[in-house]
Design a protein around this ligand. Sequence first.
Ligand SMILES: C[S@@+](CC[C@H](N)C(=O)[O-])C[C@H]1O[C@@H](n2cnc3c(N)ncnc32)[C@H](O)[C@@H]1O
Length: 288
Amino acid sequence: MSSNRALLLEARAKLAATSETPQLDAEVLLAHVLGVERVQIIADAARTASMDEVAQYLRLIDRRSNSEPVAYLTGEREFYGRKFSVSPSVLIPRPDTELLVDLAVQYLETIAAPRILELATGSGCIAISVALELHDREVQSDILASDISPDALRVAERNAAKLGASSLVRFLESDWFKTISKSRFDCILINPPYVERDATLATDLSFEPAGALFADDNGLSELRLLIQESPDWLLPGGKLFLECGAGQWDVLKADSELFLPYRSRAHKDLQGYDRVIECELLHPNHRS
Ligand SMILES: C[S@@+](CC[C@H](N)C(=O)[O-])C[C@H]1O[C@@H](n2cnc3c(N)ncnc32)[C@H](O)[C@@H]1O
């Protein structure tokens, strides 16, 4: 028989070698196994777990000690205040991406009945968060979210159903714009793959889908392509919000031709990196 306290001590010691957050990981995984909130684990430090619970917990700790991300072990990750289901078919939503949602909502709540396209939806975290935030503000929106991966789309659809957004977001399989029927949007949102292929990465990342992470040309190939193609899908005055990696905005903006159709700037994340590129499509008579 093991108490919560004893289980946590044992798990923390085992995870210390491979995790930067051994205590947190140990608590989150124990809360998952016991089906309670994390705060309760500490409050019930003397509670004894059943043999099945202990066995299940030790299996998860073993997997975590091999660097498998906690979110894949619990099957969920919080994003923008909501719990999204995740599987190894989708990128685990990152806190940095919440900036893109903030910017999109600020812009879209000023538009009556905005038409929105999200490419590379993955778990659906961006489209679903934007849809629910706009719904809460009584803004009626039309959101189409797509991804090249059918497995990712299944996860996104499940999340939309679980979070009450099925009637707000439509999903479509598409290689970038290829199967999006020809139309123009007020806003395009994209968090594309932008990690350079030979980057040295934390071991955890090897569990995430390569197609969600890596891009050619030092990670810039998809960003460039999407900046080039988006003007054909935006209404004049419409905006593209695009997440990028640290340092990539500086490289991209040096190519002034790339941004000719737009007025563009970047927004910094909490660590001070230029993280979201905002491109407003100029009206045709503004272009020279
Ligand atoms: C960085 S993840 C973003 C996932 C999610 N939007 C998020 O922010 O957590 C990139 C996504 O792009 C998708 N993707 C990669 N290549 C694509 C392509 N050619 N067309 C559409 N989606 C693509 C991947 O399947 C993956 O889901």
